[in-house]
Design a binder for this molecule. Structure first.
Ligand code: UD1
Length: 364
């Protein structure tokens, strides 16, 4: 039976592989899931497997954290070893998103002559200081099937000279997961679990090195959160990287008692919170898309976005480092004069099924 290897490594990958694994069940492929172990804390990994009903990985590479070169190298070496050790190489490898594991597994497979399909291809922030941008550019330039989640993905790949026959507009697998998990999120009472009423709070997530690794920037962001806390409750589930920086700089103390600091939360809790929030403040990629789908205002604390459809069709505003702009948007949201989102092609809960069809056409 022909085999597909599906790769997942870090938190934002899990919601993308869950629907893919489900859709592949209906194909003649035998599917193996490889977890690289880039994220390993229970709150960053295990909880997503449970909530999203992802089967236990067939293989766990256990790479853990490290500098970029180090982490990428470990994945590359261990995934290559895994592929070489198989009696029969898989018909193809499917990778998702833009984390170090995505690029490293693509490199390993392509160098062994195994074709790679990249899900969420073509996104570009045009900012090569972002590690994810390098991962995207490298992955897309050597993968043989590019499954695109939004219109810009297709345009970017064509501009880069990638042959049209490699590109398929499949839609957004992250939205597949959101649609499927909506009923579970209905079961979460945000008042009971987080002590907040609907639309009475801001939800904050921050983890990008550009925001949290520089003390001055982090300090400004903390002041912005305190400004918001004068108007609304602020809930802030804190990524391990951010937690370490807030503690080291003493800024955690400043937030204490004024902002609700929480551990990283599960997918379903996060979905319940996003749906009920008055506004989401984030530097995540996926949450820009999820808030657009949910029609919840989103202010993105980054210089740009690789997901421009969230601006043209959605509720996202890129505020970058302009916290005065962020305050103006925040007031517009409180006053109820903020824009609403429009539907986006392929954000319909069925992207993974279309991807499964493309994989069958390519590799069977
Ligand atoms: C990675 C992705 C980023 C994604 C983010 C989501 C890359 C280049 N970056 O960034 O695109 O948005 O995941 O979370 O792949 N740590 C733990 N436990 C864990 C994982 C990490 O404590 O389970 C800590 C470690 O101190 C580690 C740090 O977080 O050094 C950063 O982890 P890493 O995987 O390097 O990058 P993220 O910032 O999580």
């Amino acid at each position: 039976m022909p085999e597909i290897t599906v790769v997942a490594g870090a938190r934002p990958n899990f919601m993308k592989v869950a629907p893919l694994l489900r859709a592949l069940k209906g194909t003649p492929f035998q599917v193996r899931l490889v977890h690289t172990g880039q994220h390993y804390d229970a709150a960053m990994s295990e909880v997503f497997f449970q909530q999203l009903e992802i089967p236990a990985p067939d293989v766990h590479l256990g790479v853990g954290s490290g500098r970029h070169g180090q982490q990428t190298a470990r994945v590359l070496e261990l995934f290559e070893e895994y592929l070489i050790g198989l009696q029969q190489p898989p018909a193809g490898v499917a990778v998702v998103g833009d984390v170090n594991s995505t690029m490293a597994c693509t490199l390993a497979a392509v160098k062994l002559g195994i074709p790679v399909a990249h899900i969420e291809a073509g996104l570009r922030s045009f900012d090569r200081t972002m590690p994810e941008e390098i991962n995207r550019v490298v992955t897309d330039s050597i993968a043989s099937l590019l499954l695109v989640s939004e219109p810009a993905g297709e345009e970017n790949l064509k501009k880069e000279g990638i042959a049209a026959e490699k590109i398929v507009y499949a839609g957004n697998t992250m939205i597949d997961t959101l649609v499927r998990q909506s009923a579970s999120a209905d079961n979460i009472d945000v008042k009971q679990r987080f002590g907040v009423d609907r639309e009475s709070f801001a939800l904050v997530t921050l983890h990008r090195p550009s925001n949290v690794d520089h003390e001055e920037r982090l300090k400004e962001l903390v002041e912005f959160l305190l400004f918001m806390a004068e108007h609304l409750k602020v809930i802030f589930p804190v990524h391990p990287r951010t937690r370490a920086r807030l503690t080291a700089t003493g800024l955690a103390e400043r937030l204490r008692d004024r902002v609700i600091l929480d551990e990283p939360i599960g997918y379903i809790e996060n979905l319940a919170l996003m749906r009920a929030a008055k506004v989401v403040i984030t530097d995540s990629g996926g949450m820009q898309e999820e808030t657009t789908f949910l029609n919840v205002p989103c202010l993105t604390l980054r210089a740009g976005t690789e997901r421009p459809v969230t601006i043209t069709h959605g509720t996202n505003t890129i505020v970058g480092s302009d916290l005065e702009l962020a305050k103006r948007c925040f007031h517009a949201i409180l006053d109820g004069v903020y824009r609403r989102s429009r539907p986006i092609p392929g954000w319909d809960g069925h992207a993974a099924e279309r991807i499964a069809v493309s994989l069958c056409e390519a590799w069977l």
